[in-house]
Write a protein of this length. Structure first.
Length: 303
């Protein structure tokens, strides 16, 4: 299957590579020319603009967008909608607000275009391990494009699925990220408590390894915690400054609108705000974890 990919950050580039390895023909575009060049050397067909990318695809076209939510996504999708023709499909695999996805799906439908919102999880590890994909939009389009999702997923059977109409994919991913925030915070608090217990010579890296096997709290995030603590047990080289990309805030807003209490997720977002004000151990651990699973930059401590 042939498709275009717009947005060649680390995750978008890795997705394009996985698709090519799976036998798909991929046309790529990014404003950063070096990113396009790197993928063309791997076998992709490079394009110098959105219009050029569309021109290199045969109808009905499929274009996967992997750009930041908000203005960047809006701009790219508007440009695509102006170039594509009836029957073509836009896939937004970024972290757009689900309300924006509902609006965009309705807008492009007026031009005869299809729109899928695909919540995508897997970070920088997805190239080898696959991506978790939560798909919203027209079910018939989902079925037609399922080979793409099967290639990107951990296996042709697991880790992806259709979750509902337009907006549902990004809504589910929003909640997923809220849960992710809370899980990271729970690990960070637990390890901070153990780190503070000076009565015992606790080796946090060792304990994280013990917990990885047989424990009810074992998880991939715990695997990454163990790796982080093995590399830098005291996290002396990481500043406790943890960004958020919006999904946690949106999850809290939705809980307020629906009257559904989510105290753990809410607290985890508040702690991220706190991390930007001082330097607690829990914040440093979360910052290191974000770098570990998603390749996000961290602020290093001075001295």
């Amino acid at each position: 299957m042939e498709l275009g990919m717009i947005g060649l950050g680390r995750m978008g580039s890795n997705m394009a590579l996985r698709l090519m390895r799976g036998g798909h023909n991929v046309v790529v575009y990014d404003p950063i020319e070096e990113s396009v060049k790197t993928l063309t050397e791997e076998g992709a067909n490079g394009a110098g603009s959105v219009a050029a990318l569309v021109g290199k695809l045969a109808a009905p076209r499929i274009v996967w967008v992997m750009v930041p939510s908000g203005e960047a996504a809006e701009d790219v999708i508007d440009k695509l909608a102006a170039e594509l023709t009836a029957g073509d499909t836009i896939i937004d695999g970024g972290n757009s607000n689900y309300k924006d996805s509902m609006r965009r799906a309705a807008a492009v439908a007026e031009k005869g275009l299809y729109f899928l919102d695909v919540g995508t999880s897997g970070g920088i590890w997805g190239l080898e391990g696959g991506y978790c994909l939560m798909v919203g939009g027209d079910y018939g389009v989902y079925q037609r494009l399922e080979p793409i999702f099967q290639t990107l997923a951990p296996s042709p059977r697991d880790g992806y699925g259709y979750v509902g109409p337009s907006g549902a994919g990004h809504f589910v991913k929003m909640v997923h990220n809220g849960v992710e925030y809370a899980l990271m915070e729970a690990y960070a608090e637990g390890f901070e408590l153990m780190q503070a217990k000076q009565d015992f010579p606790l080796n946090l890296a060792q304990i994280s390894q013990i917990w990885r096997y047989g424990s009810v709290v074992r998880s991939w995030l715990l695997d990454l915690t163990a790796a982080v603590l093995q590399e830098d047990p005291g996290l002396h080289n990481v500043q406790a400054y943890v960004e958020d990309t919006g999904e946690g805030r949106w999850t809290i807003e939705e809980s307020i609108n629906l009257g559904v209490p989510i105290p753990a997720i809410t607290d985890s977002v508040q702690v991220r705000f706190r991390s930007r004000q001082d330097s607690p151990f829990s914040g440093r651990l979360m910052a290191a974890l974000r770098k570990k699973f998603g390749g996000h930059a961290v602020r290093t401590r001075e001295g």
